[in-house]
Design a protein. Structure first.
Length: 150
């Protein structure tokens, strides 16, 4: 059985641990039979002995996102300023709410809120940038293009 971070083992496995212990098996034997750690088996048995609990407890220490309290205000601000950059949103957060947030946190927050930064345009992109590079024009200057002698 693979252990995944942050997830409790199934209730079925807990019940099998307790059943093996009730049948008189030692902690090490139970761990080997059920392919779990000795620590897990001893914790399950200890909790039942101390409190009578046989089920997993709810997860604790879940941190709320830093900007969770401001989700509505951020959404309203982004809707009022649809062309604003991440930097402008950072400045607004700092000035208005005295909160500094990284660009990554802001991007994650916008994605969580279902807001997009870039708007799609109906027109295709300009071809001048691609053709000017092909002809050796960059920044308004013509560069020499070396051609093989032949």
């Amino acid at each position: 059985m693979l252990w995944k971070r942050g997830k409790a083992y199934s209730q079925d496995l807990r019940e099998r641990v307790l059943a093996e212990a009730d049948d008189g098996a030692e902690v090490g034997e139970i761990a080997t039979i059920l392919r779990v750690s000795v620590s897990y088996v001893s914790k399950v048995l200890d909790r039942r002995r101390r409190t009578g609990e046989t089920a997993a407890r709810p997860q604790r220490c879940q941190l709320k996102p830093k900007l969770a309290a401001l989700y509505e205000e951020i959404a309203a601000w982004v809707n009022e300023h649809p062309d604003a950059t991440i930097g402008e949103l950072q400045v607004w957060l700092r000035q208005t709410h005295q909160i500094s947030a990284s660009s990554g946190l802001i991007c994650e927050t916008l994605a969580l809120l279902g807001l997009t930064r870039k708007k799609s345009h109906c027109v295709p992109p300009s071809r001048t940038a691609r053709t000017s590079l092909r002809h050796g024009v960059t920044g308004g200057q013509v560069n020499e293009i070396s051609t093989p002698l032949g």
